[in-house]
Design a protein. Structure first.
Lengths: 63, 413
C-alpha cells in the first residue's frame, strides 16, 4: 500500500499523527510529515484510519 | 438563467423543500440545551435556512459547510465592523482572509503545535487532581465553577504568560464580549448588550496596551513577548496587530474548553450506559473525546459573508449577505457519518467539524484536545459514578454552549 499527502490541502488538524504516529509526524507548524510513502507491512489499517479521519481529505492510500 | 461559474467542488444541488419554513432561532437557551433535533431538521429538510435572531442564511449539510470553509474567496471572514464583537478592528487571524491570514498563521501555528501543547500536560494533570481533591469528599460540586472554568483557564494563562491572579478580571472581560447578558441585570436589549461589548472591548485593548508596555521593558518567554519579536515579511508586527491577536486569544482561549468540558460531562452524567462504557474501557478516551465534540459541537456555528453571487440548492445567495455555517448540524449529517444520531464513543471514522476546517482551522485545537483528554481521563479515574443532582436541570448558555449550571452528585467517600 502507498500513501500520499497533498500538503496544499493539509491545514494541520493533526489527526494523522495522532492516530498513526508510525506513519506520520508533524513539522514545526503542526502540518503533516509523511514518514513512509510505502506503508510497512502490517500498518495498512492504520494508514486507512488516518486517511479516513483527515478532515481536509489530504491523505490518499493506493493499493 | 445560467448559473455563474463555480469552483468545481461546489456541492450538487438538493431540493430545498420550503425555505420559508426553515426559520430558526439559533440563539435561544432552549436551542443551546438541546440543539440536536433542530440540527437534524435542518440537515434533512432545509439545507438553506433562515436565521431569525441575527438574520442571514444558514448552511447545515456537511458537504456544504465544508465547501464554504474551504472557499474563503466566496465565503469571507472579513465582517462588517458594526457586526463585530466590541472590536475596533478585525481580530487576527479569525476575521481576515487568506493570503493575509496565512502569514499570521505561519507565525502562530508553531506556538500552538501538538508537541508544544503536550509539554503542558503534566501541569494540567496535577491541577485537575488538585481541583478534584478539594471537593471529592463532599460527593457533589457545581461542575462549571469547580472544574470546567479553572482548569483550562489556568493552563491558558500560563501559556500566555499572564498572572493567574488576573483570571477573574480576564473572565469578566471575556464574558463582557461573549455573553454580556451574564454581566447585566435582567434581560438586556440588543442595544444594551452591544454597549457592554463596546465598553469591554475598550477595556481589553487598554489591558493589553499595558501588557505590551511591560513586555517591551522586560521581555520574557510569554506570548506577547513572542509577538513583539515576530516578523512577517521582514517587518515587526505592529502594536495594533499584537492587540488584535491578543483580543482573539483571550476570547477563544478562556471560553471554549470550559464549554466543551461542561457539555461532555453533562452528556455522560445523563447517559449512564455511555459513561459506564468509558469508565470500563479508558482506552476509548481519545475516540470518545472526538465523538463528544462531534455530538455536542460547543462552538455551534461560524459566520461568513458572501463575496460573490451564487446559487445553491435553488436558492440565490447575494454578495454582502451573512451566512452561518452550522458546524453542529454538519456533524449530524448521515451522508458523512452514516449513523449520525448514534453516539458511538468508539467511532473509528470521525471527520467532525467541531474545530472548523480549511484555512481557519482552530489554532487552539491541539491545546484543546490535550486539555480535554487529560481532564476527562483524570475525572473518570477519580469520580467514575456521577449524575445530575436530583431535581436539578443543567443550564446552557446560547452562542458558545457553556453549561453555566451543572450540579453533579456522586457517592461520597
Ligand atoms: C474545544 C475547544 C475549541 C473549539 C470547539 C474551538 C472551535 C473553533 C472553531 C470552530 C474555529 C473556526 C472559526 C472560523 O472558521 O471562523 C476556531 C478558530 C480559532 N480558535 Fe478555536 N476552538 C477551541 C479552542 C480554542 C483554544 C483553547 C484557543 C486558544 C488558543 C483557540 C483559538 C482559536 C483561534 C485563534 C482561532 C482563529 C483561527 C483562524 O481564524 O485562523 N481555540 N476555533
Ligand atoms: S490530518 Fe490531514 S489536515 Fe491534519 S495534519 Fe494530517 S494531513 Fe494535515
Amino acid at each position: 500500500m502507498k500513501l500520499r499527502v497533498d500538503l496544499d490541502k493539509c491545514t494541520g488538524h493533526g489527526r494523522c499523527y495522532d492516530l498513526a504516529p508510525e506513519l506520520f509526524d508533524e513539522d514545526e507548524a503542526g502540518h503533516c510529515v509523511l514518514l513512509h510513502a510505502k506503508v510497512p507491512a502490517g500498518l495498512e489499517p492504520k494508514a486507512r484510519v488516518a486517511a479516513d479521519n483527515c478532515p481536509e481529505e489530504a491523505i490518499q492510500t493506493t493499493a | 438563467m445560467t448559473e455563474p461559474e463555480q469552483p468545481e467542488t461546489k456541492p450538487a444541488s438538493r431540493p430545498n423543500p420550503d425555505p420559508e419554513s426553515g426559520e430558526v432561532n439559533l440563539f435561544s437557551a432552549e436551542f443551546a440545551g438541546c440543539p440536536q433535533p433542530v440540527y437534524r431538521g435542518l440537515v434533512q429538510k432545509c439545507p438553506v435556512a433562515h436565521q431569525t435572531f441575527t438574520g442571514g442564511k444558514v448552511l447545515s449539510r456537511y458537504e456544504d459547510v465544508l465547501w464554504a470553509l474551504r472557499n474563503p474567496q466566496i465565503f469571507s471572514s472579513e465582517m462588517e465592523m458594526q457586526l463585530a464583537l466590541g472590536t475596533e478592528r478585525p481580530m487576527i487571524p479569525q476575521q481576515i482572509d487568506p493570503p493575509g491570514q496565512t502569514k499570521y498563521r505561519k507565525v502562530l501555528d508553531p506556538r500552538f503545535s501538538k508537541k508544544r501543547m503536550l509539554e503542558l500536560a503534566p501541569d494540567v494533570r496535577r491541577h485537575a487532581n488538585e481541583l478534584i481533591d478539594s471537593f471529592i469528599d463532599a460527593g457533589s460540586c457545581e461542575f462549571d465553577q469547580a472544574f470546567a472554568v479553572p482548569l483550562p483557564c489556568t493552563a491558558f494563562l500560563s501559556l500566555m504568560g499572564l498572572p493567574q491572579s488576573e483570571l477573574p478580571f480576564l473572565l469578566r472581560l471575556k464574558d463582557g464580549i461573549i455573553r454580556p447578558q451574564t454581566l447585566l441585570d435582567g434581560e438586556p436589549t440588543m442595544e444594551e448588550s452591544q454597549a457592554c461589548r463596546v465598553q469591554t472591548g475598550k477595556d481589553i485593548y487598554a489591558y493589553f496596551e499595558e501588557v505590551i508596555d511591560e513586555r517591551v521593558r522586560k521581555p520574557g518567554s510569554d506570548m506577547v513577548s513572542y509577538l513583539l519579536e515576530t516578523e512577517i515579511g521582514g517587518h515587526k508586527l505592529s502594536r495594533e496587530d499584537i492587540l488584535d491577536v491578543s483580543f482573539l486569544l483571550i476570547l477563544a482561549g478562556l471560553d471554549t474548553v470550559t464549554a466543551t468540558l461542561g457539555c461532555n460531562i453533562a452528556y455522560l452524567a445523563s447517559n449512564p450506559a455511555q459513561r459506564e462504557r468509558l469508565v470500563a474501557d479508558p482506552a476509548l478516551l481519545p475516540a470518545a473525546v472526538e465523538e463528544l465534540m462531534r455530538w455536542e459541537a460547543p462552538v455551534t456555528a461560524v459566520p461568513r459573508i458572501v463575496r460573490e453571487d451564487f446559487t445553491l440548492h435553488g436558492v440565490a445567495f447575494k454578495a454582502g449577505e451573512m451566512v452561518s455555517l452550522q458546524i453542529g448540524a454538519a456533524n449530524l449529517d448521515d451522508e458523512e457519518f452514516g449513523d449520525a444520531l448514534n453516539v458511538d464513543l468508539g467511532r473509528v471514522r470521525n471527520r467532525h467539524m467541531a474545530f472548523g476546517g480549511g484555512p481557519h482551522r482552530c489554532l487552539g485545537s491541539h491545546l484543546a484536545r490535550m486539555e480535554l483528554q487529560v481532564a476527562m481521563e483524570v475525572w473518570h479515574e477519580r469520580v467514575s459514578s456521577y449524575s445530575i443532582a436530583p431535581g436539578e436541570t443543567p443550564v446552557y448558555s446560547p452562542g458558545i454552549r457553556e453549561v453555566t449550571h451543572l450540579p453533579l452528585v456522586w457517592p461520597a467517600a
